[in-house]
Design a protein around this ligand. Sequence first.
Ligand SMILES: C[S@@+](CC[C@H](N)C(=O)[O-])C[C@H]1O[C@@H](n2cnc3c(N)ncnc32)[C@H](O)[C@@H]1O
Length: 302
Amino acid sequence: MSSIAGIEQPVPNEEAGRMTMEAARERQRVEWALCASAWRRHRTSFTEPGREITERMLRLAAPRAGQRVLDLACGVGNPAFDLARLVGPEGRVLGLDLSGPMVAEARTLAAELGAANVEFRTIPGEHELGVPAGGFDVATCRAGLQYMPDRRGAVHAVLAALRPGGRFVAMTLGSAERCMPFQLTNGIVSRHVPLPTGGDDGDGPVALSSPADLAGLLTGAGFTGVRTEVFEAPIFEAPDPAAAWALFTETAGPFIQLLSSLPDETRRAIDEDAERTFAKAFPDGPVRPTGEILLVSGDKPE
Ligand SMILES: C[S@@+](CC[C@H](N)C(=O)[O-])C[C@H]1O[C@@H](n2cnc3c(N)ncnc32)[C@H](O)[C@@H]1O
């Protein structure tokens, strides 16, 4: 901050950085609002095939009965509902997300599932969690950090929210070439129109795909015992190529906007290409693409 006539003024570069980040968040809000209801509708197409990812996160997070857990970028409650089961009726899970519509869908699911020990809240940004310092034993973030413009701010905020000795576990994806869903869908769309850029800040599903960068985020914030794991696992499943393409076009916010803006003829050509491409990749049955999964864990110093 600088001072003009005794009034504190933001330093111009800091202010520009904040505005760029806020523009990126606003784009994320728009994109996730377009697909929030589809994420609830198609929930099991991600949760069941993605169970290996979630189980490995839960093993690392190791929440115990009665503990308080924070799930950042909770979406429609993956893994918040699993965490709620593990901490039991005496424990509490708080799911936080930038997207109001995602949080609304998660609340609807909580009511449907009768999950009384989990609460969902919207946050203004990844760096403003609005929770008491040291109030949580465990924190998770599944497929969320890569969308955040201020990842360092997010990890600092998680560190502040944990009690000393508390653990953070996060998951991101490998690069598009290592993740079949994105390799296939990027290929399909780019044969007809330019791909959406994903914003100037490089945020998107495969934006944080280096284990070293992921580990560096946690060590840089002050976490200790930071470890990464890289493995291949299924990401979603659909019964056939048409269902796989429907799943993608209903749950991928940036593509919803792009595809709905195209002339009918181009859209038809893309749809036909998609069915051919998925059928060729999965000739014998369900479409179950795998991808490179990155997990990172670290502890808040005692
Ligand atoms: C791929 S979904 C993952 C949801 C859930 N954790 C899962 O694994 O199914 C990404 C989520 O990140 C949220 N998100 C995007 N940018 C965010 C930000 N800056 N702060 C908090 N959440 C954000 C989105 O609203 C969305 O719910």
